[in-house]
Design a protein around this ligand. Structure first.
Ligand SMILES: Cc1cc2nc3c(=O)[nH]c(=O)nc-3n(C[C@H](O)[C@H](O)[C@H](O)COP(=O)(O)OP(=O)(O)OC[C@H]3O[C@@H](n4cnc5c(N)ncnc54)[C@H](O)[C@@H]3O)c2cc1C
Length: 403
């Protein structure tokens, strides 16, 4: 792509797609933009699906990012309710047999909820507005809910259901919740949130099969039955529509560190589907999180327009559960050591107020806080600069532990 694009085609009308469009306009693109989305809805936000919408504090419409007037002000051709089914160069083929040719294409088609083998149709997942509305409605008639997976979404659904008086059982295959993201020690803290709230959390528990849509069989031969089963075991990038495009889709769409899709000219990818090159990990990595998606759209919009873009910020993730925010900065998965910086949760004290630092090579690479936003935020800059362990501990209350 030698010259600046006149027509940018954005595929996927969720967070990444809409924010890309906004960033293109904010940063001066006056040419055409086409936004293609498989869902019939105007772009909406997903975090409230498992929080405010599920617990009933928001009406579904409140999750919509922009009303019709604000969308129109972006001066974009919107093609909603139509799935892209192929990509050839910078031409996007749609399921209705038409195609849209751009000078640049941004892929923002996100992920789909992962399911278990032979998962019956009546077992639910949570990814879309429809999923959230149906689940919220089901709470009124449920007396019990079985959740498979104690990750962030499983925990948020568990909290919402518990708040509606539903008896909740959560099955987790690993020894503690969120072990892959936060490690064994901190995962044990997350487990305490479930049990201290009175939920039935069963870790190290594997499902061998669905007996029917309300009953699962476990590896010890026992069964668990509930009025409804929800599977929350992560997500998968839906790259099947890119078959034949010649892209590396081993785990999402492989991109360089600016979101340019490898092996293409004029194609970028952002958000959950995008596996950007990550120098700190020395490999491609997908970050399925809200803030990273937004940060990537700024970088991509600038790259598309040939202007210098911002550097990616320190990754940030949050989850609202058990009456507190669990917040993470940085790359906790890189850690060789965890140190409690504030609070006493790792020693059996209250989970709320605990902040844990993650260190690799003697520098701070990540931090997580349980209901401790003010204390946690000071470590964001220290992660960005790769602060040494001693400097971090000097900022903390960790005089007696972790040293
Ligand atoms: C229930 C839930 C709660 C969450 N909570 C948090 C949270 O608390 N904190 C956090 O950091 N992150 C959270 N996330 C993750 C966050 O919402 C995502 O990281 C973010 O939405 C990613 O944006 P995206 O544009 O990549 O994908 P999406 O927002 O999923 O948008 C992708 C869009 O592309 C469409 N699409 C797919 N295939 C095609 C196709 N072939 N053609 C056209 N359109 C297509 C999809 O229908 C979808 O509308 C949550 C996600 C979910 C599901």
């Amino acid at each position: 792509m030698g010259q600046l694009p006149e027509h940018v085609v954005v595929v996927g009308a969720g967070l990444g797609g809409l924010r890309t469009v906004e960033a293109l306009r904010t940063r001066g693109h006056v040419g055409r933009i086409t936004l293609i989305g498989a869902e019939v809805h105007a772009p909406y936000d997903r975090p409230p699906l498992s929080k405010q919408i599920l617990n009933g504090t928001w009406e579904p419409a409140k999750a919509t990012f922009k009303d019709a007037e604000a969308l129109a002000a972006l001066d974009v051709t919107m093609v909603f309710g139509t799935r892209a089914v192929g990509l050839h160069g910078t031409t996007v083929e749609l399921e209705d047999g038409t195609s849209v040719q751009g000078d640049a294409v941004v892929l923002a088609t996100g992920v789909t909820a992962r399911t278990l083998p032979d998962q019956p149709a009546g077992v639910v997942t949570l990814r879309t507005l429809e999923d959230a509305v149906a689940l919220r409605g089901a709470f009124d008639s449920l007396s019990s809910l079985l959740i498979v997976g104690a990750g962030f979404i499983g925990a948020e659904v568990a909290c919402a259901a518990h708040g509606k008086g539903v008896q909740v059982t959560v099955l987790e295959a690993l020894p503690v919740p969120v072990e892959r993201a936060l490690g064994r020690e901190v995962g044990a803290l997350a487990a305490r949130l479930f049990t201290e709230a009175g939920l039935d959390l069963r870790c190290d528990t594997r499902i061998t099969r669905f007996v029917d849509e309300r009953t699962v069989e476990l590896s010890d031969g026992s069964t668990v039955t509930a009025d409804l089963v929800l599977v929350g075991i992560g997500s998968l990038p839906d790259v099947s529509w890119l078959d034949g495009a010649g892209l590396d889709t081993t785990d999402g769409v492989a991109c360089d560190a600016s979101g340019r899709v490898l092996g293409t000219s004029g194609v970028w990818a952002v958000g959950d589907i995008a596996a950007w090159w990550d120098g700190s990990r020395n490999r491609h990595h997908r970050n399925e999180h809200w803030t990273t998606t937004v940060d990537q759209t700024q970088v991509v919009a600038c790259d598309v327009l040939g202007i210098e873009g911002p550097a990616l910020a320190v990754p940030y993730v949050w989850s609202d559960q058990f009456g507190m925010k669990i917040q993470t900065f940085g790359r906790t998965d890189l850690a060789e050591e965890v140190v409690q910086l504030h609070g006493t949760g790792l020693e059996g004290g209250p989970v709320k107020g605990t902040v844990v630092g993650y260190f690799a090579g003697g520098v701070l690479v990540g931090a997580v806080g349980f209901g401790a936003p003010a204390k946690l935020v000071r470590y964001r800059a220290m992660i960005a600069e790769g602060a040494a362990r001693d400097a971090v501990l000097a900022q903390s209350d960790a005089t007696a532990v972790g040293g």
